[in-house]
Unconditional design. Structure first.
Lengths: 401, 281
């Protein structure tokens, strides 16, 4: 298969065999409306200009492409660049998507937005966009994540959002998504559901990827101007897969660029101990789409574990499933311990405290860079900053002693 | 292929007798499979013709808190899908003898099951298991019209109806398309939202079903929010049947929590279903 076959335009909502709309009939007309509005908006120069303006003035884009010289030196191999999504307003890539979807909400004439959140980053980014545009905002969050991410809960509330605790199932991200979906079933005529990753029913996976593609478009341009060539390897962490898709998609047809998605390997690769959906799961249906999932033999969603709340999810975006099957992108797990080590390494060498999610991508570079020549280039998506994780990191480091 | 199907037969004979019906929903295996089997038998004796069995699922997005809690509890005990099918097969064995004795017709059984489960087992395999166990129809709440195009004919080949759903959010032309593609009956969701009990249903729903009634011949049943003999009477003024879920499951939960013994629980819940049927007798 050649790179040209990676059509970024899904066919009827499908990327190869993955994607679709596995949702109750009640949501179909809302998804139709959303898809219509999304396609119209993307063809409307006024929308594109307004979105660009929001990315510049609100998110603070473009984010820097930063040469990590001391990390490069320490690892002694490939040159390492960081795409600094951690420098965005609100501290992660999530704001790119919420600004795009909030603008669409206004176009649809809806006054309220809802969201699910795990790490709280998408919740904060949604609450921020809602405040910017004067939309009512409610964020569903598992009680376990509320505990792990207390700072982000407060930030959402300070931004005027209501945080709705979810205590069903495992009390984490997938349960928050179920609850948001239930809310939407009853509120769909006046509410838009801002899904936070490239997951869910069509058109969400394609739309969120497009709103996140500023990451890869900027990085490609910045790399050409810094090095006069494209990177050899892209590395991004994969929860639902939005920062990875945003980085990969604009370079998916650049055949010389290899791509790696890093999943949460947790404690081990035993079912229940990790959230490495593509590495260890199988095709299935969850949250409105066909993709890889972590399930038991009956199709019930398996429990998942990761130290990173944002990667603690038993599904993954359908386009990643397609990229995996076609071999375009390689997916592999990184353990809790490796990720924690990477936090410390990046903090010491570059003065950057990464989000626990992003640390998974850094950890893979720590493994690969020394094995690559000094003329090679690795580009890591540093999807977010670690401020939100400091309590958790302190606790984890304490446990190690 | 479907003329021998119990669901098709049930609605044909109800219509011939100018009768409407109540379709009770229970969660399979809640509080245990013996109770499920005995509830089905008791419902049949009450005159129920069609019953819906909820197959517990970890992430049911269309279900409200009552049904979701029952699913969580059953899954927590490790009940598997094949144990549920075994129980259905056991029910069918006992039913054959009971029908011969009392002359009442057998129940049409519908499995309400997430496509996540069907896909995991492989649709062909799942349909074969369901049909062999004695299931007559599937309701797959997360499989809308477009995605059901493959499953409906596959189900039909095995003599199973795939029942499609229409919601108040469905535009009228699409309602007709769905009605055309549905088998057995058309499931009309009374309100945009999740399952749960409501005092009265919106007048627009009744009006919308009356309108649809004039345009399509397939039986129409209304579900979501029906909780009392009054709401049953309200919806059956226009529909062929009323599907009652949360109101029944919550009575099962209450009885189980109050420590009611097996027989008492079954009797209480069957009495409630009898009350629901009363306005239609
Ligand atoms: C900083 C950061 N990176 C990554 C993720 C994972 O999401 P995705 O895979 O969609 O980029 C999250 C999710 O909360 C996050 O906060």
């Amino acid at each position: 298969m050649t790179a040209k076959d990676y059509a970024l335009m899904p066919r009827n909502g499908y990327f190869g065999p993955y994607g679709g709309r596995f949702v109750p009939e009640t949501l179909i007309s809302a998804l139709d409306q959303l898809e219509r509005e999304y396609r119209r908006a993307m063809a409307d120069p006024i929308f594109i200009d307004e979105f660009d303006r929001c990315l510049r003035q609100i998110a603070g884009r473009p984010s820097e492409l930063y040469f990590a010289s001391r990390l490069t030196q320490k690892l002694g191999g490939a040159k390492i660049y960081l795409k600094r999504e951690d420098m965005n307003h609100t501290g992660a890539h999530k704001i790119n998507n919420t600004l795009g979807q909030a603008l669409l909400t206004l176009r649809m004439g809806k006054k309220r937005v809802i969201a699910e959140t795990g790490a709280g980053q998408h919740g904060v980014a949604t609450a921020t966009a809602a405040a910017v545009f004067g939309l009512e905002c409610e964020v569903y969050m598992g009680t376990e994540d509320i505990r792990r991410q207390a700072l982000n809960v407060f930030r959402m509330q300070l931004l005027g959002a209501r945080v709705a605790p979810v205590s069903s199932g495992q009390c984490t991200l997938k349960d928050a998504l179920n609850e948001a979906m239930r809310d939407w079933m009853g509120s769909v005529s006046g509410t838009h559901y801002i899904i936070g990753s490239v997951a869910g029913p069509a058109p969400f996976p394609e739309m969120v990827r497009e709103f996140q593609s500023c990451i890869g478009r900027e990085a490609r341009r910045q790399m050409l101007s810094a090095e006069g060539r494209l990177p050899d390897l892209l590395i991004a962490c994969v929860g639902g897969g939005s920062n990875a898709a945003g980085l990969f998609a604009p370079m998916i047809e650049d055949e010389s660029v290899r791509m790696v998605g890093v999943e949460a390997g947790g404690r081990s690769l035993k079912l229940g101990d990790h959230a490495a959906t593509l590495s260890a799961g199988a095709p299935g249906v969850l949250h409105g789409a066909k993709s890889y999932v972590l399930q038991d033999a009956d199709g019930n969603t398996a429990p998942v574990h990761s130290i990173s709340a944002g990667l603690d999810y038993p599904g993954v975006g359908p386009e990643h499933a397609y990229w995996k099957d076609t071999g375009r992108v390689e997916y592999l797990p990184c353990s809790d311990e490796q990720a924690l080590d990477a936090v410390v390494t990046l903090a010491h060498t570059e003065g950057i405290i990464p989000a626990l999610e992003s640390a998974h991508a850094v950890a893979e570079a720590v493994v690969r860079a020394p094995k690559m020549g000094k003329d090679r280039i690795i580009l890591i998506c540093l999807s977010g900053r670690g401020d939100k994780d400091c309590n958790e990191i302190a606790m984890l480091l304490e446990k190690r002693k | 292929m479907l003329d021998q199907n119990r669901l098709t037969i049930a609605f044909a004979s109800l219509r011939a007798a100018d009768k409407k019906t109540v379709l009770p929903f229970i969660t399979a295996g809640y509080p245990d499979l013996d109770t499920t089997i005995d509830l089905l038998a008791a419902f049949r004796r009450q005159g129920v013709r069609v019953c819906e069995l909820g197959i517990p699922f970890s992430d049911p997005v269309a279900d409200g808190p009552v049904i979701q809690a029952s699913y969580t509890e059953v899954l927590g005990r490790g009940l598997t899908g094949s144990e549920i099918f075994q129980a259905v097969a056991e029910y069918r064995r006992r039913e054959a003898a009971a029908c011969a004795a009392d002359g009442l017709p057998s129940l049409a059984l519908m499995a309400m099951v997430s496509y996540s489960i069907i896909f995991r087992h492989g649709p062909e395999n799942y349909l074969a298991q369901a049909a062999a166990a004695g299931i007559d129809a599937l309701i797959v709440p997360d499989l809308p019209l477009e995605e059901s195009a493959a499953l409906t004919p596959q189900a039909q080949e095995r003599g199973l109806c795939n029942i499609l759903l229409v919601s108040p959010m469905t535009p009228p032309p699409r309602r007709l398309q769905i009605a055309k593609a549905s088998r057995g009956f058309l499931y009309y969701i009374s309100v945009a939202g999740i399952t749960g009990e409501r005092k009265r249903l919106p007048e627009e729903t009744i009006q919308a079903v009356a309108d649809l009634r004039r345009q399509v011949d397939i039986p129409i049943c209304i579900g979501f929010g029906i909780s009392s003999p009054q709401t049953v009477a309200q919806v059956c003024s226009v529909a062929d049947g009323a599907i009652v879920g949360s109101a029944i499951v919550h009575r099962i939960a209450d009885a189980a929590k109050a420590g009611a013994g097996h027989d008492e629980l079954v009797a209480r819940v069957a009495d409630f279903v009898g009350e629901l049927l009363a306005p239609l007798r």
